[in-house]
Ligand binder design. Sequence first.
Ligand code: 0A1
Ligand code: ZN
Length: 880
Amino acid sequence: MSESSVKTIYLKDYQAPAFELEQVKLTFRLFEDGATVLSVLNFKRCSDKNEQALYLHGEDLELRAIKINDQELSEEDYQLDSEGMTIPYVPAEFVLTCETWIKPQDNKRLEGLYKSSSMFCTQCEAEGFRRITFYPDRPDVMTVFQTCIEADKNLYPVLLSNGNPIESGDLSDGRHFVTWEDPFPKPCYLFALVAGDLYCQEGIFETCSGRKVDLRIFVDHKNANKCDYALDSLKRSMKWDEEVYGREYDLDIFMIVAVDDFNMGAMENKGLNIFNSSCVLANTQTATDMAYQRIEAIVAHEYFHNWSGNRVTCRDWFQLSLKEGFTVFRDAEFSADMNSRVVKRIEDVNFLRTAQFAEDAGPMSHPVRPASYMEISNFYTLTVYEKGAELVRMLHTLLGEAQFRAGSDLYFDRHDGQAVTTEDFVIAMSEVSGRDFSQFQNWYDQGGTPEVKVSSSYDADKKQYSLTFTQSCPIGVADSGEKQAFHIPITLGLIGGNGEDLPLSIADGQSSWVFELVDETETVTFEGVDSEPTPSLLRNFSAPVKLSYDYSDEQLLFLMAHDSDGFNRWEAGQTLSLRVLQTLIQQYQNKETLVLPERFIEVFRSIVLNKELDKAIVCKLLMLPAESYLIELSEEADVDAIHHSREFVRAELSTALRGELEALYYANANVNINTSTGLDFVAMSQRALKNMALSLLSASPNKQAVILAKQQFSTATNMTDSHAALSVLVNSGDDSAAHAALSEFYDKWHEDAQVLEQWFSVQSASASLTDLEGLKKLIALPDFELSNPNKVRSVIGAFCQQNLVSFHHESGDAYALLAEYIIKLDDLNPQIASRLMMPLTRWRKFNTNRQALMLAQLKRIHGKDNLSKDVREVVEKSLP
Ligand code: 0A1
Ligand code: ZN
């Protein structure tokens, strides 16, 4: 790894703050060329400290005035550097008053205060507040905020901040002001401000103690008809958190604001959540069912942060998973309760294994609680979020529902108003259960995906069945030294020849048992087993590991048909599909004729014909492992072989099952989204199954599916069907049908930002976009803006992450194009530039030719002048 000029921050160096803040008063004066920020900070030295110097963070600020108590400071009284200010001598207790001038209009990083279209808004997590004013910008400094906003009344009739409005009125020159007060102490990363001309959709929620909370969703006037679903989702989330976690909302108002330019999905600012428009706005004409489900989950996620994140927050950014892992677990359970538990688990595990396992095997691999970082924005990762949620899920599995709830109650009660660590969370779980979780802490501090190998033996004479488990964890490029064994909960059952679960004496006759693997190798023996059973292992994916057991194909078919664990039924099918695909990939590489086993087709036929299973499950069973997952599983990924083999399977299934798939399509064709039940899970599942049938039908050379798709496209009454048909046409290879649909779709929707993003990504993610010219044409359209993260994600991001054959074209041209845009974006929005780096960090997965091409682009990026900390960290960790 090359030398870096960027400072690394270590968890082991943590020191508590020397000064606390008793209160903060902020006044924002917003103008068309900039804004003044006046801050009045009441500091007090912490009783156990004797530091004389005060350090305040501050970046890209113009300091206009500063005083301590009544004493103006001159330039000799403080030192400025690129990251903040040191005042060498301060008294034990004092008021610091400071005025800064900032330029939100020029802020394309979208951190701190910025303008999105005509509205002012903020994003302060993780370290954006330091771009607003000089401040101890760290999560363990918590205080109460009073915020006054002044702005032109015509342009910005709505002025919002955290908490409750306490005063408002008119000023001279057509200006007005509103003052907000937030009674709950918070770190500055939860501060928010919005000023704009916005439509407000209102609602009311009555809490369990009978308080009425005003719910307000603020959006651009043109989006007034896209707020209903988010408002309903919010009410469902508030109720669920009361019922499942006993958590009541604490302020009188809860607000959500939709903004078009946003680096992430949404942000949990106290009482004033700010959302990326694409994660909140929906109506049936413009949003797909997938978008609806995402909105429900993200609204819930941000709302749940009010307790897991805001009332109890993180001591430092190494503890990010304390709030994110727990909150992802909470939102996943909420979605499972609202829709289908098994389907939600399948989706989450699929995502974890495809994306997080890959992250954990690459150069940016890090523990759920990292030990160091250069730029914290790079650590809003799948590991911190998704794997972090798996750790909480494992604690839930180990404790059971009731003890887990007792642990969460203790955690919230004990730490309310505090900034704490992941240990504090685990300790609460340990205290209520009397269990020792010291080994469990390894999950937080060791990166990498553990592997668990399982073997079995059966002794017919003794009627004993034994399972031997062996765990290991590969040492990755980012690791130093050996790893200690993990505490791994493995939920399992044994299935008898009749397909029934055996009662397990080891588990008091229950059919499922949580085996806890703590040593490197352990054997468990089950007594009284009359004949050799089939083991069902890692039920519900009870731990984030790669588990292997040498099942025969017959056993997998048996599990698919009989396992009482819905997740494992699906898992058996996936394992079978993987085997078939991996054989075909080899055949392709050996230039042999590809042959799909007849038996595999019959398995699919029986799934298509299955009338008993939920439609959403049938849909998941028909889904082949994704190309990206096949890449992740390969030692050296051959993208072309993967793509062609997978397409071959789809085409063979399509031809062999044409009649059945058409019947499935028509049987599910009539769901009317405009009825009262149109957005429930059953209706969504029916649409998903119909569109899955259409997609499979379109994989065969027979062009019947194009006719069907055209028909669906022209008669669709909702965006799910319209989008699915468009996608089939774009991927059909029928250029004229694709162009006709794309231009009709564009003409109808190009003024709707969310739909336009779909229009972009359906093209850039499609393997039919084979040459870079097509991509460049999309980028050149006036609708594409490099400063808008959603557009970048839907065009460049979708191409690099989903259109894998074209991205990995052996010329390396696409790698060069990606590097070009990373370099451009680095000066504009470093967070987005850094996130775009991901595909290049995976260079070790590919053949030497591609490795060289990818490395050349990494070096080119590394050579850029003034490279941001964000991109620099990723490049330097990726280079060999
Ligand atoms: N805490 C938010 C995620 C988030 C993080 C950083 C942001 O700005 C760069 C924005 C949002 C969440 O978990 O939803
Ligand atoms: Zn979150």
